[in-house]
Design a protein around this ligand. Structure first.
Ligand SMILES: *Cc1c(COP(=O)(O)O)cnc(C)c1O
Length: 356
């Protein structure tokens, strides 16, 4: 076994998926697992696919390519707006893209023609968060042009909130999206199939039945993997927040003072650190660092362990109060937030293992 490693529980993951499935189904919403947080890790994707979740969304073509290699029959949606330079791979490996630029839609149409395909798009509308999307008053003129393209199938409209501007999805701003679908029906005589009402930040509306009628899709990552809705950061009822945890190995364990001796200059990251004198403390150095994880997003599973700091590849923790017997080679566990899991999953130095 090698460390550091991220351990994940299949039971907890599938439990969370089932909870989301129940919440969405009761209101006529389908949800798509978003795999970017876990870099479309093969075993995780496999475990979801085998349970019947066969549609995935990811922001990177590379991740989707690996999903398609495993499961050619899966349906894959690209979440990040395609770059003009990647339309060839986009049409080759993905089934649908979220889009907002006319040039890109045209390029997708041309490429789909070359590849003898009909390619699906979901047109993004910016409802105020100021990340991607056309403005609502451009929808009809965009739609007119899209409907003339021979190799593009206009599947739906969607929005993304909370990611950049922090705008909370509400019955008010989300019903705008439903109204826009109706507008397309009236003005263009075209029935859009999908009204995609956002990410894990829209979930808090579901238990209260406040998601506007007509929103029929959500794209869910953080809620699936970390059991949280992201509008207010609350745990979703019955979901596990600890599908994943981190284990790292102690490579030094010594009693030392709590204030460095000597003239204090700048540390590895250009900051001048300050210290409080707590006397002699028992300190452990773990073999993991800033290169592998976002330290501020780690929480020791034991409340008796305190994170003191980290450089690129050393994490220093205070274990003075820790009751367990530990020695060099012992393992310390941490729970993870979104950013720490994201960076861990991206680090080639970190193993990922299923906990059987
Ligand atoms: C990342 C992303 C999602 C999923 O967001 P979560 O908060 O992880 O549920 C949905 N839609 C888009 C466009 C995204 O980029």
């Amino acid at each position: 076994m090698s460390y550091p490693r991220v351990i994940w529980s299949e039971n907890k993951l599938l439990h969370n998926a089932a909870v989301l499935q129940g919440l969405c189904k009761q209101q006529g919403v389908t949800w798509v697992p978003v795999t970017k947080l876990i870099c479309a890790e093969q075993e995780i994707v496999t475990s979801l696919y085998k349970k019947g979740y066969t549609s995935f969304a990811d922001s990177r073509v590379k991740n989707i390519k690996s999903i398609k290699r495993l499961f050619p029959q899966s349906f894959a949606t690209l979440l990040r707006l395609p770059a003009i330079r990647e339309v060839k791979e986009v049409v080759l490996y993905t089934d649908c893209s979220l889009v907002s630029e006319w040039e890109t839609i045209q390029a997708l149409d041309e490429e789909a023609k070359k590849q003898k395909k009909i390619y699906q798009i979901i047109l993004m509308v910016d409802l105020g968060d100021l990340r991607e999307g056309i403005l609502p008053n451009e929808l009809i003129s965009f739609g007119q042009k899209i409907l003339k393209l021979a190799h593009i199938q206009w599947e739906g409209i969607g929005t993304n909130l909370t990611c950049y501007g922090g705008v909370i999805p509400t019955p008010n701003n989300l019903s705008q999206l439903v109204n826009l679908k109706e507008l397309v029906k009236d003005k263009l005589k075209y029935e859009l199939k999908i009204v995609s009402g956002g990410n894990s930040s829209s979930l808090y509306l579901l238990p209260k039945c406040r998601l506007p009628q007509g929103i029929n899709q959500l794209r869910l990552g953080e809620s699936l993997f970390l059991g949280k809705e992201t509008a207010y950061g609350n745990k979703i009822l019955d979901c596990y927040e600890d599908v994943f945890h981190l284990e790292a190995e102690i490579i030094e364990l010594k009693e030392k003072g709590s204030v460095p001796k000597g003239i204090i200059g700048k540390n590895a990251f250009g900051k001048t650190p300050t210290f409080q004198d707590l006397g002699i403390r028992k300190r452990a150095i773990l073999a993991i660092g800033q290169q592998d994880v976002y330290i501020e997003g780690l929480t020791p599973v034991s409340p008796d362990i305190i994170i003191l700091g980290a450089s690129s590849d050393h994490l220093i923790v205070d274990v003075t109060m820790y009751q367990e017997e530990i020695k060099v080679g012992s393992i310390i566990s941490f729970s993870l937030n979104y950013k720490s899991l994201l960076i861990l999953m991206t680090s080639p130095y970190v193993m990922i293992e299923k906990n059987y």
